[in-house]
Design a protein around this ligand. Structure first.
Ligand code: HEM
Length: 390
């Protein structure tokens, strides 16, 4: 099925702004569609898992761009295939070991406490600007060992870049600014001995026969971590608060905060922060009986898989705090490219929501508030979240 018959068409801005209806229709009527020649969309849980589980057929080249490839100075880890991907992933994973994350927890708590202290005791605020926006960027900058004076600039650049994806990025002034700021850091840190034992040391000072990375490569990997960590986790925090308030489950959760991790998992399923990823076929493949030709761009809808009624039941569209096994969602991807920052995203989101519940157990949506999706095609979160602090 092709052209105007594709129930979900990622080339139609209206479908990206309000995807649930078109994705539901695609799951029911046309699980593999071709919105135009050379572009396929895959939407059911089974088919999404099939694509993500076969990296030899579905290459990551061209990921994050519906047309062609994002033109970047070096390849990001999410855009390369084995064997290069295997080595780089092993190298980055060292910095996400459980012991490192445990050691980071006090810093995460400090960042959350600072954001919380910036909120007034009562009154109406936009929780995105005044709370959710700053936490993930501060956490990832601290985690990477980036100096605090560059945080604000980097945060502004990240906002602009992630809102533009999957459009070409190379001409964005913010891209140039971000690369310049990170190059400065890399130059300075390369000249120092590897004493801090943070992620930047890991990239600049190879261990156990690892290859030496060029300056451009080190900067590109840092940029990937910054971009991957910020808009996604902000969305997760904001979506969770929104769903809890919109379904009147906030106060119940405030009375039993042990369920905060369940709320975060159900939010990842219900409102998948990174809506889709992209693959390119190395060869033709049959998916649920439909042949996807070689050299086809494949949009893999994580959001749709996470709402698939055949996996999640007739109430898949509902946000339920008590859903069994909500963490089986695909919000962090699946297979060899599964998100390496998932434990960090979970840690900071649980911390941010738990702290908010503790201080504002009677938080509510502002009277006039209406949900509107942020204008960033790949992301899902409300553009703002006006709440009454109480
Ligand atoms: C709620 C927050 C997050 C969500 C929803 C999310 C989502 C994802 C998804 C879906 C992928 C797979 C991409 C693909 O298969 O093409 C991915 C990969 C990745 N994520 Fe995350 N992410 C989040 C937070 C983070 C954080 C906090 C970091 C780092 C500090 C991070 C770093 C990465 C990296 C480096 C990859 C590439 C892994 C690879 O290609 O092997 N992410 N993420």
């Amino acid at each position: 099925m092709s052209d105007q018959h594709a129930p979900f068409n990622p080339l139609d801005p209206a479908h990206l702004d309000d995807p649930d209806g078109p994705l539901g229709a695609a799951r029911a009527r046309c699980p593999v569609s071709f919105p135009r020649p050379g572009l396929a969309c895959v939407v059911t849980d089974d088919d999404v898992q099939h694509v993500l589980g076969h990296p030899e057929t579905y290459s990551n080249r061209g990921n994050f761009a519906i047309d062609g490839e994002l033109e970047l100075p070096a390849q990001l880890i999410t855009m390369i295939d084995p064997p290069e991907h295997t080595e780089l992933r092993r190298r980055l994973l060292r910095w996400f070991a459980p012991a490192r994350l445990r050691a980071l927890r006090p810093e995460v708590e400090r960042i959350v406490a600072k954001a919380l202290a910036g909120l007034p005791p009562t009154g109406e605020v936009d929780l995105y600007e005044s709370y959710a926006r700053s936490i993930p960027s501060s956490v990832v900058f601290a985690f990477l060992g980036l100096p605090e004076p560059v945080w604000q600039d980097l945060q502004n650049c990240t906002d602009v870049i992630t809102e533009r994806m999957p459009e070409p990025l190379i001409d964005l002034p913010e891209m140039g600014k971000m690369i310049a700021a990170l190059t400065e850091v890399v130059k300075r840190r390369r000249a120092e001995p590897p004493a801090r034992r943070d992620a930047i040391d890991g990239l600049l000072h190879p261990q156990d026969g690892e290859a030496e990375l060029s300056e451009v490569e080190a900067v590109t990997h840092l940029m990937q971590l910054v971009l991957a960590a910020t808009a996604t986790t902000r969305s997760l925090i904001l979506n969770t608060v929104h769903s809890l308030l919109a379904t009147d489950q906030w106060q119940a959760l405030a009375r039993d905060r042990s369920k905060v991790p369940n709320a975060v998992e159900e939010s990842l399923r219900h409102d998948t922060p990174l809506q889709f990823v992209l693959r390119t076929t190395n060869r033709a493949d049959s998916v649920g009986g439909t042949v996807i030709p070689a050299e086809t761009k494949v949009l893999v809808s994580l959001q749709s898989a996470n709402r698939d009624e055949r996996t999640w039941g007739a109430d898949a569209a509902e946000f339920r705090l008590d859903r069994d096994a909500a963490s089986a969602h695909l919000a962090f991807g699946r297979g060899i490219h599964t998100c390496i920052g998932a434990p960090l995203a979970r840690l900071e989101s649980v911390c941010a929501i738990d702290a908010l519940l503790g201080v504002y157990p009677s938080l509510r949506l502002a009277e006039s508030y209406r949900w509107e999706k942020v204008r960033a095609p790949m992301m899902r979160r409300p553009a703002s979240l006006r709440v009454v602090l109480a």
